[in-house]
Structure formats: C-alpha cells, structure tokens
Write a protein that binds this ligand. Structure first.
Ligand code: HEC
Ligand code: HEC
Length: 378
C-alpha cells in the first residue's frame, strides 16, 4: 500500500484526522477530506463521563438510560485525548464501563490473525441512528466506538473512533501499558506491540479500511447485528434491541442469510472482511465492480446476492493487477482458477486480499471458501 503523506503536529495533542485524500495502491478517496478545526485547546478533555451518582453502574441498561450520559462533549474538543483513561470508555478503575457504554458483537468478524477482540459503543443519549438507508447507517454526532485486542489474556491495544461535529471521524489506537493501568495514543502505529505478534495500525491505515463507507463504523450495522446474544448479556446491543429501545429511525427487516450453513458462512465472511471496500459506494468500486457487502433487501437466495452476482462466472476488471493465471473471480468447481480464492489465499504486498491488517491466511475461511467453490455447479 502507498499512503499519501501526512503532516503531523508535534506530539502531545494529536488531531486524529486525515485531511488529505487516502490512496491505496490503486484507488484514491477524497471522502472526509475536510480539514480539522483549528487546534486551540491544549489537549485532552476533562471528566470521564457521568457524575458520582452514575458511579459504578456503568455498562448496565439502567446506566445507559440514566442521566448524565458522558461528559465527553464532542463539540468542545479538537481531537481524541492522549490517554485511553480520558476517552470515555472506562471508569477510573479502567475495568468498569462508563455510563451508557454498551457492548456489541458483529456476527461476522474481521480476521486479524486470531487476536481476541471486544467491542463497545457509546450512543449519545436519546439520539437515533438514521437507518433510512438500511445498508449504510448514519450515526449521531458524538457517537464513539471502541475495539480492544487481547493477546494471551493481556490487553494490548484499544481502538477508538468518534464522530465529530462536522460529520467526519477521529480514529486512534491506544497501546496498553505493561501494568495495564492506562493506554497511550500511538498515531504512528506499532509493529509487534508489547512483545506480541500483534501490529497496531497507524491512523492512515485505519482510514484505508474505514473511510470507504459513507459513515465510518463497519461492524455496527444491520446484518452484523442481526443475531441473538450468546451467552445472553442484556446490555449488549443487537438489531432487535436497538429497534425495541427506539434507537433506529426505521424498523429493520427480518434478516436471515440465504442457503445452507456453508453458504451463510461464506457470504457473511466476505461481507465482514471484504465488503467495507467492495461495495457500490466505495471509492474502490469505480475501478473494480465487485460487491461483497450484502444487502438486507437481497437475501432471498444465494444467487440473488450481490456477492454471487458479481463473482460467480464473472471475469476480472483488473486481470493485470492480480496473480498470473486466473481471469475469472470465481470458477464454479475450481478454486485454483478462481481469482477471489487465490487472492484470499495469498499473503505479501502483491495480491493479498484484504490488502492490509493480516499477515496469515485465515485457515478456517480458506477451507470454507474452497468447499463452497467446489460445491458450485457450472
Ligand atoms: C484491515 C482493515 C481495518 C483496519 C486497518 C482498521 N480497521 Fe477498524 N474495523 C475493521 C472492520 C472490518 C471492522 C468491523 C468488523 C470487526 O470488528 O471485526 C472494524 C471495527 C472497528 C471498530 C468497532 C466499530 C466498528 O466500526 O465496527 C473500531 C472502534 C475500529 N475498527 C477502529 C479502528 C482504528 C482506530 C483503526 C486504526 C488504528 C482501525 N480500526 C483499523 C477494519 C479495519
Ligand atoms: C482495504 C480495501 C480492500 C479490502 C478490505 C479488500 N479489498 Fe479486494 N481490492 C481492493 C482494491 C483497491 C482492489 C483493486 C486493486 C487490485 O486489484 O489489487 C481490489 C481487488 C480485488 C479483486 C480483483 C477484482 C478484479 O476484478 O480485478 C478481488 C478478487 C478482490 N479484491 C477480493 C477481495 C476479497 C476476497 C477480500 C476480502 C477477503 C477483499 N478483496 C478485501 C481493496 C480491498
């Protein structure tokens, strides 16, 4: 990947905003290219949400509806804070969730070389997600999402994104200190963080994946949240709970992926791992009309999904960019001749898909896709 150059102010107060277009090896995006507001504050924010009364009940449904919400006022700040302890996720103990912060779980997770992950969201109190377009949600200003990476039982990294008053997003990763008391902003990213094989992405890399959606959250979306919680956690946000608690502007349809278990797993995997770049409103789509982001209104049959329609028996748009050999995205019955399989099965800068965020082929997904392609009849 080739990234555009990025001017970074002196360390200490880092506007986690990319204001130049983002370019991958082949595609550039000018989305979200508005400059950040002038940096006037001296950094950080005051308070971590709620007041004494909110106290240690953070993370419960009651707390979510309670008074106070979060004191992290997005309008007052010019960037995300330097310390995770100030980013509105935890109470002072760095374990208890702050009032209003609730967990969620996308049913089809991004493969990141097997790291264990947890995710949370703080939705501004009383506000709704605009779901007029069920495929591309628009989140309220001030929405914050968090994703934590654990290796060998130790917290290594926590990522934060927050929707800014101008509609853009801040994105930043924090690296946990060895004593686990706090985590520090690492805008440049860190390779092999904290003695683990885990790489923390830089801000530019966050944008490479997140910028290609109209609004920038990826896993907090209709299809991803259309599951029941297992084991049951009453605080966890699912599609059903969001609708029941009045947090969506429209009623979501019933979502059931088509086909047998293998079909569903393959469609879901490609949705969660590839769909955020390969969908009709992505900058990538102007060069490659490949649609792996499922639509809630096209789930009647496997053959009717955009995934099937734009892959099975469909020739490549950019044969010269891919590995030598395959000229078709998916050849029924023949994984080795299918560019989609070959690229998912490769690692290294040349052909790998997805192009970043992983160094190891996902063995489960590889086997799944192989089985699926073999089962397709010409
Ligand atoms: C390789 C692509 C990729 C990169 C790089 C990446 N993300 Fe993500 N991120 C995703 C995908 C896909 C999801 C949703 C699926 C999941 O969570 O497993 C996600 C989920 C998240 C979430 C949970 C909310 C949501 O959007 O679902 C946060 C927070 C987040 N990322 C922050 C970041 C930050 C901050 C960075 C950079 C430090 C970053 N991400 C880098 C692809 C990426
Ligand atoms: C971060 C964005 C991004 C993600 C995530 C991503 N791709 Fe891509 N993909 C691209 C870009 C950009 C191209 C065009 C450049 C190239 O061919 O390398 C491309 C090209 C392709 C092509 C060639 C299409 C053609 O007609 O020439 C295939 C096949 C493909 N991707 C499959 C996948 C699969 C499968 C996944 C998930 C496992 C995935 N991609 C995830 C950005 C992405």
């Amino acid at each position: 990947m080739v990234y555009s150059s990025f001017l970074r102010p002196a360390r200490g107060h880092v506007p986690a905003v990319i204001f130049l277009g983002i370019c991958s090896a082949t595609a550039c995006s000018s989305e979200d290219a508005s400059p950040p507001p002038p940096t006037t504050a001296s950094g950080g924010i005051t308070g971590t949400g709620g007041d004494g009364a909110g106290g240690s009940t953070g993370g419960t449904v009651e707390a979510a509806g309670g008074q106070g919400g979060s004191a992290m006022d997005p309008v007052e700040r010019t960037s995300l804070p330097d310390l995770l302890s100030e980013a509105g996720l935890y109470e002072a103990d760095m374990e208890t969730l702050a009032p209003g912060v609730r967990p969620f779980r996308p049913q089809f997770q991004l493969w990141t070389d097997d790291a264990a992950k947890r995710r949370w969201i703080w939705l501004p109190e009383g506000e709704q997600i605009d779901t007029t377009d069920m495929e591309y949600w628009q989140y309220p200003i001030g929405t914050r999402l968090y994703k934590e990476f654990v290796r060998d039982g130790v917290r290594v990294e926590t990522r934060v994104i927050e929707k800014r008053p101008n509609g853009g997003w801040w994105m930043l990763a924090y690296q946990w200190r060895e004593d686990q008391t706090d985590a520090d902003a690492v805008p440049e990213g860190v390779n092999d963080a904290s003695g683990t094989p885990h790489d923390i992405p830089s801000e530019e890399q966050c944008q490479t994946c997140h910028l290609r959606m109209p609004d920038k959250a990826l896993g907090f979306s209709a299809i991803q949240l259309a599951h029941t919680t297992e084991p049951d956690d009453p605080t966890e946000w699912t599609l059903t709970r969001l609708a029941a608690e009045g947090r969506l502007t429209t009623t979501p349809p019933t979502i059931q992926l088509p086909g047998d278990e293998t079909d569903r797993q393959v469609l879901g995997y490609l949705h969660g791992n590839c769909g955020h770049c390969h969908h009709p409103r992505s900058s990538v789509n102007s060069r490659v009309d490949l649609r792996l982001w499922l639509r809630t209104d096209a789930l009647d049959s496997v053959e009717g999904t955009p995934t099937y329609e734009t892959t099975v028996g469909v020739g490549l748009d950019l044969p010269e960019d891919g590995p030598p050999g395959p000229t078709v995205r998916i050849v029924p019955g023949d994984p080795a001749a299918s560019a989609l399989f070959v690229r998912m099965d490769s690692r290294g800068p040349e052909y790998q898909m997805p192009p970043l965020g992983t160094e190891d082929v996902d063995p489960t997904a590889r086997a799944l896709l192989e089985t699926w392609i073999q089962s397709l009849t010409p």
